[in-house]
Design a protein around this ligand. Structure first.
Ligand SMILES: Cc1cc2nc3c(=O)[nH]c(=O)nc-3n(C[C@H](O)[C@H](O)[C@H](O)COP(=O)(O)OP(=O)(O)OC[C@H]3O[C@@H](n4cnc5c(N)ncnc54)[C@H](O)[C@@H]3O)c2cc1C
Length: 533
């Protein structure tokens, strides 16, 4: 089946932070845009990152310019996405046999302090062993001191969505679950794309086609016979359903790489690995060895990690630019814009980091505008993203008005900022869709109605559905009814959606089962039986 073609100035392929940022930038300049994402907003590398808008302390040693650009753009992102970012304080505990002693670490921090004002962060603080143990009691008693450093945390799914939403509010069309299958050519020139959505093939014509597909960039560029030199690197995380520490704990793994334990709102992320990846980008597996590597590293400074129960593992592929020889960890995080003189009309943006997505989007939009003859300037560093336009209500006010727990109201504010009230709508019943996460039913319905959540997995990304310990066992059937009511699902479609979600959640947990996972499985299974499934 095929549908009528559409025509716009620009088609952007890829709905991670970069593509969403490009669509927003162009829409704000008055350019007509169609943004296409084959899965869901932020479901690629962006969502499987460590969820940090940081400056790249690590790159200081070998890629100073990336640290500078990253800090500078992080500052802009913090300004425009106030409700989506939160300060995170790293604690670097020093052990007697660490490769770097406290003097050396502090020297690096002193240099990094010069960059901190760019992203509105405070300078480091040096701590004694007693102070370190007092503020983070879970650390081993072997610590001899420590240093703090401040960065920013972010929910990358919401960041990608906020960019999509702003693009749409400024006239763009944005379709998730729309896979680009081929490019439309006029001679060598690229003049559009074919994409498939809901089984229907559609042609979209444009004067510029932007390839913002992260690690998939070589695959999409190849549709125009173009070569994008990437050296993709895989990273995994182990996710816990609660906060395990007061600070981000940074330590070294067996090979000297930095490993982080990152508390993010109600969850904690342990990561990450960095390994060359040669496999299928759409079928990336988490290996037991990778999980062991992370746990071994963190257990050295935070011994209790061995006894805590993770809820899932995630994995993503870094779109690192090609370089022969350096270890993966030493690869530059630079980004690059490819203008493809052999395929005019196509622009590829890849490499880089979440923490400089806005800059990458600006450079791409500048290039697209040059081709279109549009002179409007970039405004993405000054205009707030949806939700950050003004102060948000307090959780107490919102809870009172909607009959919710303060936690459910605070969660809604964390995701929607000053638009939280609108997201909860007229509902005053205070019903909770997901008890582990304190997600209001009204917010879940809003995600389906207004935020393009077309499956329960989309709702997980948009509003944290079933992100907690039961991984959906207790809430997925009711959630399928709430989402199904908005999207017109039949009873059997609701059952199928719940089944599909639980299978996906199980696949996310399965790499962890060899370690303490089976008890969790029994619990989830018993919980589901208790709900009559
Ligand atoms: C483990 C790990 C941890 C990281 N941690 C951090 C961090 O803490 N901070 C930081 O700054 N950076 C971090 N990064 C890097 C950062 O996540 C990436 O640089 C960034 O998210 C890339 O965003 P993107 O939009 O370019 O790519 P993606 O997020 O991958 O988006 C590309 C999108 O294109 C879509 N797509 C592909 N092919 C098609 C097609 N044919 N049709 C339609 N759509 C298509 C994909 O589905 C995908 O959603 C991390 C990376 C990894 C792997």
């Amino acid at each position: 089946m095929s549908a009528a073609p559409s025509t716009q100035d620009v088609v952007v392929i890829g709905g991670g932070v970069t593509g969403a940022g490009v669509a927003r930038d162009l829409a704000l300049r008055g350019v007509s845009v169609l943004l296409l994402e084959k899965n869901d907003w932020g479901a690629g590398t962006s969502g499987s990152s460590t969820w940090m808008i940081h400056g790249g302390l690590r790159y200081l040693e070998f890629d100073w310019e990336t640290t500078r650009l990253s800090c500078e753009d992080a500052g802009h992102i913090v300004d425009i996405a106030r409700h989506l970012v939160h300060r995170v304080l790293f604690l670097v505990p020093v052990l007697p046999d660490d490769a770097n002693g406290i003097e050396r670490i502090e020297t690096v921090m002193e240099v990094y302090d010069r960059f901190q004002p760019l992203k509105h962060a405070h300078p480091h603080v040096r701590l004694t062993a007693d102070e370190v143990r007092r503020i983070e009691p879970g650390l081993t008693s072997d610590v001899v001191g420590g240093v703090t450093v401040e960065e920013w945390g972010v929910d990358p799914h919401r960041l990608a969505w906020a960019n999509v939403l702003d693009a749409v509010e400024h006239g763009a069309r944005a379709l998730n679950h729309a896979r680009v299958t081929s490019l439309v050519h006029d001679g060598r020139e690229v003049i559009g794309v074919h994409y498939v959505r809901d089984g229907t093939e559609v042609e979209a014509r444009a004067r510029v086609v932007v390839n913002a597909t992260g690690p998939w960039a070589p695959e999409v560029a190849a549709l125009a016979g173009q070569d994008i030199p990437l050296r993709p690197a895989k990273g995994i995380h182990v996710v816990y359903d609660r906060r395990l520490s007061n600070f981000v704990i940074s330590t070294e793994a067996i090979d000297g790489r930095d490993i982080l334990l990152v508390p993010h709102g109600p969850i904690t992320i342990l990561g990450t690995t960095d390994d060359d990846y040669f496999g299928d980008l759409d079928d990336v597996e988490v290996l037991g060895d990778e999980v062991d590597y992370l746990l071994q590293a963190m257990a050295r400074v935070f011994p209790a990690i061995e006894h805590l129960r993770p809820v899932r593992a995630t994995t993503g592929i870094r779109p690192t630019l090609y370089d022969w020889r350096p270890y993966e960890d030493r690869l530059s995080r630079r980004h690059e814009l490819f203008q493809h003189p052999q395929a005019p009309g196509l622009i590829t943006i890849t490499g880089g980091k979440l923490s400089m997505y806005r800059l990458m989007a600006e450079e791409t939009a500048d290039a697209a505008c040059r081709r279109l003859g549009v002179e409007a300037r970039c405004r993405t560093a000054e205009l707030p993203l949806p939700g950050s336009e003004r102060d948000a209500p307090t959780a107490a006010e919102l809870a009172l008005e909607h009959g919710l727990t303060a936690l459910a109201a605070a969660n809604a504010i964390r995701r929607h900022g000053c638009r939280a009230e609108a997201a909860l709508g007229e509902a005053r019943h205070g019903r909770i869709a997901c008890r582990c996460e304190h997600l209001a039913e009204a917010e879940l319905a809003h995600a389906a109605r207004q935020e393009q959540a077309r499956s329960l997995a989309d709702a997980f990304r948009r509003v944290g559905l079933a992100a907690g310990p039961c991984a959906g066992a207790a809430c997925v059937d009711r959630a399928a009814q709430v989402v199904g009511r908005e999207l017109g699902w039949s009873a059997s479609q609701q059952r199928e959606a719940a089944r599909e979600f639980l299978l996906g959640a199980w696949l996310g947990r399965s790499p962890l089962l060899e370690r303490r996972g089976w008890a969790q499985e029994e619990l989830a299974y018993a919980g589901r039986r208790g709900y009559g499934a």
